[in-house]
Ligand binder design. Structure first.
Ligand SMILES: Nc1ncnc2c1ncn2[C@@H]1O[C@H](COP(=O)(O)OP(=O)(O)OP(=O)(O)O)[C@@H](O)[C@H]1O
Ligand SMILES: [Mg+2]
Length: 224
């Protein structure tokens, strides 16, 4: 299968502090990846790099065979990436419904109210919550809005940083199932950074960012 994202020998540093040293990893659609590693090993930094929020100091990030560079970075972020961050990226003064519509507009230049509604129901958001402001929703509910948004925009790569960080077990399991669904039913490339062992173990592929070598090592591989 063709890789949607190839990270080739990517290095990154904050001033003199090297975070990633010639990191290489290839990612496919339809696969759920989790990234584990010590606090401070650079997991969030790695997500900002593949999310197009930072540029590597050296090495290449190749999306669908084309190198991501300064010129196409914005377009890459807009077309290819969907972030599922708890506190981030939802418009707080809008409702979940409006958030999903807005994402459709931005990513696909097309909105479909029925589809937005369906997506929100699919992640288990009850009717009374779909039309309430995001500020009145819990962390877990916000996560679900972000996941609904990811389901129905065309962006093939979904990035999440500690998505179950503040959630109770039951809500966490539901979120994990949604990530699986995104990968296996919606054919997304799902990349989740986590300290949550249940979440990490449920991924198809688990990699650890080694804080000493500053690159990835494979922990588990379970899909072709
Ligand atoms: N903007 C920044 N400027 C300077 N140093 C930074 C910056 N952002 C992160 N760092 C440092 O880079 C290292 C990697 O940070 P990063 O946030 O990527 O780690 P992480 O693996 O996500 O950790 P955690 O599990 O605690 O979230 C840390 O030592 C951090 O202090
Ligand atoms: Mg982090």
């Amino acid at each position: 299968m063709k890789y949607i994202l190839q990270v080739n020998d990517v290095s990154f540093a904050y001033k003199d502090k090297v975070i990633l040293d010639k990191c290489t990893i290839n990612l496919k659609q339809g696969v759920f990846y989790s990234i584990v590693g010590e606090s401070g090993s650079g997991k969030t930094t790695f997500l900002s790099l593949i999310g197009g929020l930072e540029m590597p100091k050296s090495g290449k990030i190749i999306y669908n065979g084309q190198e991501v560079n300064r010129k196409n970075l914005l377009n890459y972020r807009k077309k290819a990436i969907s972030f599922v961050f708890q506190e981030y990226n939802l418009i707080p003064y809008m409702t979940p419904y409006e958030n999903v519509l807005l994402a459709m507009q931005v990513h696909d230049n097309h909105v479909d109210g029925l589809k937005a509604h369906k997506a929100l129901e699919e992640v288990g958001l009850t009717k009374d919550k779909i039309y309430r402001k995001v500020t009145s929703l819990s962390g877990g509910e916000r996560q679900r809005v972000a996941i609904a948004r990811a389901i129905f925009t065309a962006a093939p790569i979904i990035l999440a940083d500690e998505p179950t960080g503040n959630l109770d077990d039951e809500t966490s399991f539901k979120i994990i199932d949604l990530f699986k669904k995104l990968a296996h039913e919606y054919n997304k490339c799902v990349v989740v950074v986590t300290h949550d062992k249940a979440l990490a173990d449920d991924a198809d592929v688990v990699v650890r960012l080694n804080i000493n070598t500053k690159h990835f090592e494979l922990v588990k591989y379970e899909r072709s």
